[in-house]
Design a protein around this ligand. Sequence first.
Ligand code: SAM
Length: 286
Amino acid sequence: MTDETDPQTAIDAQGERRRADLDDRIREYSAGDDQKGIPFVGAGPGDPGLLTVTGTELLEDADLVVHAGSLVNSEVLEAYCDDAELVNSIGKDLEELIPLMRDAYEDGDSVVRLHSGDPAIYGAALEQMDALEHEDVPTYLVPGVTSAFAASASLRTQLTLNEVANHVAFTRPQGKTLSAEEDHISEFVGMGDVTTCIYLGTHAVGETMDRLLEDGHEPETPVAVVYHASWPDEDVIVGTIATIGDRLAEAGHRASAMVIVGEAVTGAGYERSFLYGDWATRGSQD
Ligand SMILES: C[S@@+](CC[C@H](N)C(=O)[O-])C[C@H]1O[C@@H](n2cnc3c(N)ncnc32)[C@H](O)[C@@H]1O
């Protein structure tokens, strides 16, 4: 690739453009509209039934699907990608991925970039979209069901619950990407009424819980680890800040799980909402 098409140059240029002006397409289209270009599709959490109708149609029409490897349930590919060439993006850098998608698109192929869950959550989609747009290949997003939502469905709970869980945080623990200062899990848990959904943290649950205990958080706070939510081999492990590390070690999962911390895990102790209380009958009285 020349310097002109170097992904970092493209990302910087697109960032400048975005800062200067709103993309006209933001007002022209909304998610779900027919659009031109390469769609960045959320595959959902795993169950092929949880892919959107738009995502399904795009996969069925695709000539080339670039997918996120083991993060995407192969059942989704088997169900909808009969006619497409499949390329696993894991282990490929932008320098390889961008020309691959650009050339196929310019040759007239229908190209789909398939991300796990929703591309907007820890998906690194925007850098690929910026690099493609910089090369005059239009792109757009098709949302998917993020794994935190699949995990809450598996737990048969809500992530927000009146009085118990008034907020939700999507976060990840410190590690190669985040420094200790950038890790805010302890702050979210300390707020008390936040359901903390930890992505990319399965391998580090023990250390994360140890840090919460060191910071003085209530050891009995409920924690769930939902491995492969909505996959056939889904595994739900429930415990507390004090116990979940050992329980997860016994189960042996080191990746691909959603960790949820907070009272919403059990769904206990919430207050009845106004929606189906006083507000429901407001104005209906003679
Ligand atoms: C690179 S991030 C991608 C997240 C994805 N974009 C989403 O919206 O779910 C990968 C992390 O998402 C979580 N994850 C993805 N699919 C999952 C599933 N089916 N069940 C539980 N966690 C999942 C895990 O924490 C995993 O480490």
